[in-house]
Ligand binder design. Structure first.
Ligand code: FEO
Length: 177
């Protein structure tokens, strides 16, 4: 595997794991203020990040590369409100998107068409990730600390269901095998 690509993908695996770390910290905060629907939504977001890391991990190892883990940065642990949590989450997702763009740029520069193709899934996923978080952030701002609106929203977010993006791949592989 191209060394520059391997290094960039390793860094991205670490960043996806850090994303899970950050979202788990947010889950803990949301639980601490008894917004359990918001906490449930964020717990699923944590699982999504772990799945993003695993999908890249599988890709690197399947291409004959090595995954090397680095120290994860300590995430922020306290917020003032759920609105501030989702503002942070939106900013975080925008950083993730820029990192995915950098990997695609690198893959094009190195003429690594397979990595470019693999990263297209992440590009599309980021559209959804940013849109989900932006939607919640905007609705929270609209609710403007109304306890009634917040509790209704909390019930709605409690309905989120985790869909593992790696499960479809595994099922497809089983079919081929
Ligand atoms: Fe893995 Fe939320 O981006």
């Amino acid at each position: 595997m191209n060394q520059n690509i391997e290094k960039a993908l390793n860094a991205q695996i670490g960043f996806e794991l850090y994303s899970a770390y950050l979202y788990m910290a947010m889950t803990s905060y949301l639980k601490s203020i008894n917004l359990n629907g918001f906490a449930h939504w964020m717990e699923i977001q944590t699982k999504e990040e772990l799945a993003h890391a695993l999908k890249l991990f599988n890709y690197v190892t399947e291409r004959g590369g090595s995954v090397v883990f680095e120290t994860l940065k300590k995430p922020r642990n306290k917020w003032e409100s759920p609105t501030e949590v989702f503002k942070d989450a939106l900013e975080h997702e925008q950083i993730v998107t820029s990192k995915i763009h950098e990997i695609v740029d690198l893959a094009l520069k190195e003429k690594d068409h397979t990595t470019n193709a693999h990263m297209q899934w992440y590009l599309n996923e980021q559209v959804e990730e940013e849109s989900n978080v932006l939607g919640i952030y905007q609705q929270l701002k609209f609710a403007d600390n109304s306890p009634q609106a917040l509790l209704m929203f909390d019930r709605e977010l409690a309905q989120r269901v985790f869909v593992d993006p790696n499960a479809a791949t595994a099922a497809g592989q089983n079919k081929i095998n």
